[in-house]
Design a protein around this ligand. Structure first.
Ligand code: NAP
Length: 258
């Protein structure tokens, strides 16, 4: 299937590694012009070079901290000036810390809000004018399967990301008339550094992953490229009638029915 991304400009946040990198790679491989953004400039530039080598497409790296308003404005203005259009916005960020409710004070709540909800609102607000002008657009928010089926120790993530779900639903209603779709993708257990960091250094990593996947119907951890393939479909011309949804990409791990 040709996803018809050849003339599209895609902005992928938090993309130096993990899910963001996999999404940027897949969109570039499908022909999109890709701009990637995250904090560590060296790592970001390295990732851009790797994606260019793998896909043969030019990738632009713009160092950005998505929790800073001025960085987001700079990113979107620079992209707009350089490319004149922004057709696909992949909202993504690092995850908030894991822990129980009583572990967190106001500071951690505030940081999670700024990193995982306010950043998505800021980028969406600034990108929508480009999409309206083009007469179409795709906003895809990378969140967590925990918005449908709870994971232990993820109170910050679950709470703040449910705000993203609410915002996306309202946005999908307000922007539908402009042919702009807004959807969320909820990651289950996908093998990235964020997951590796949760493993104990004192025990064999493969053994710990084996324990984690016992409750997953597909019996294994997900690969970033499997996640990215679904995102690329949602970004495609063919997904034109899908909006306001939250799709779990979790190997069936979610215990919810709908
Ligand atoms: N992997 C999973 O199984 C899973 C499951 C549920 C939810 N998620 C969520 O999916 C998102 C992506 O996770 P991942 O697994 O891909 O994580 P990852 O492998 O740790 O990658 C995180 C990426 O985010 C960037 N980043 C972190 N803070 C940032 C900031 N303030 N501004 C800009 N970029 C920032 C990092 O680069 P810099 O550090 O250089 O900025 C890096 O590129 C997270 O919100 C995570 O909680 C993942």
């Amino acid at each position: 299937m040709d996803l018809q991304l050849n003339n599209k400009v895609a902005l992928v946040l938090a993309a130096s590694k993990g899910l963001g990198k996999a999404i940027a790679t897949t969109l570039a491989a499908e022909g999109a012009t890709v701009i990637i953004a995250s904090r560590n400039a060296e790592e970001l530039n390295r990732t851009a070079a790797i994606i260019e080598q793998q896909t043969g497409r030019k990738v632009t790296a713009i160092p950005t901290d998505v929790s800073k308003a001025e960085d987001i404005t700079h990113l979107i203005e620079t992209t707009g000036q350089q490319f004149g259009q922004i057709d696909i916005l992949i909202n993504n960020a690092g995850g908030p810390p894991f822990g129980k409710f009583e572990d967190f004070g106001d500071l951690q709540w505030q940081q999670a809000f700024e990193l995982n909800l306010l950043s998505f609102a800021r980028t969406s607000r600034q990108v929508v004018p480009y999409m309206k002008k083009a007469g179409s657009g795709r906003i895809i928010n990378v969140i967590s399967g925990s918005v449908k089926s709870i994971f232990p120790n993820s109170v910050l993530s679950t709470s703040v990301r449910l705000g993203v779900v609410g915002m996306a639903k309202l946005l999908s209603e307000e922007l539908g008339i402009y042919n702009i779709t807004v959807n969320n993708v909820g990651a289950g257990l996908i093998l990235t550094d964020r997951v590796k960091e949760t493993l104990s250094p004192d025990r064999d990593a493969d053994e710990q992953i084996k324990e984690k996947v016992k409750a997953i119907p597909l019996g294994r951890i997900g690969k970033p490229e499997e996640f990215a393939a679904v995102v690329a479909f949602l970004a495609s011309a063919q997904a034109s009638y899908v909006t306001g949804t939250t799709l779990q990409i979790d190997g069936g791990a979610g215990r919810n029915i709908i």
